[in-house]
Design a protein around this ligand. Structure first.
Ligand code: FES
Length: 176
């Protein structure tokens, strides 16, 4: 299980773009009045995409306001789902699966390798704001273990060498 830290406050009131706001209302419309809290998880994912990949307290308060629920209800959901980020993250977030099947074929060594290579520990972000390392529970790709998820992309059958190549490629693509 990954550890959870105190939520961060930025003091900036977020504002969904008109397109995102439309999507929010669409997500809410899937549920009957009074049950719109059910759209919360989807809206939080959307909020991450909109606001730099993570959920500040300000963002969570904003979502609570939109859904007309208590902020604490949003915090609870945001801290429960480890795939949601409640701290600032890098441009690239690696989520390395470390459940049984992945562990058996070397996810721990892989994590160690990434930690050394990026000079960060699990849950940390590189100083240049480029990479964040997280771990995850089974991501449903056990047949391709060991694996990591990065955004919507799965990187599978990993070895330390493959991870090095992936890191270099992301640096090339997203670095300055
Ligand atoms: S155990 Fe890693 S994807 Fe299932």
């Amino acid at each position: 299980m990954s550890s959870h830290h105190q939520p961060h406050k930025t003091g900036i009131k977020p504002q969904f773009s008109p397109a995102a706001m439309q999507r929010v209302h669409e997500l809410m419309s899937h549920f009957p009045k009074g049950k719109q809290k059910s759209a919360l998880l989807s809206i939080l994912h959307l909020a991450e995409e909109e606001f730099g990949g993570w959920l500040s307290v300000d963002t969570m308060d904003y979502v609570a306001e939109i859904l007309n629920i208590k902020p604490i209800e949003v915090y609870e959901v945001a801290t429960f789902y480890t795939m949601l980020n409640i701290e600032p993250v890098g441009k690239i977030v690696f989520e390395v699966c470390r459940t049984g099947p992945c562990m058996l074929v070397g996810s721990d060594q892989l994590i160690e390798h990434i930690e050394k290579r990026l000079n960060i520990k699990i849950g940390e972000t590189t100083k240049d704001g480029m990479f964040t390392l997280k771990t995850a529970e089974c991501l449903g790709a056990c047949g391709y273990a060991p694996m990591l998820q990065c955004g919507k992309k799965f990187h599978e059958h990993l070895t330390p060498e493959k991870v090095d190549t992936i890191i270099d490629e992301y640096r090339k693509q997203f670095g300055n």
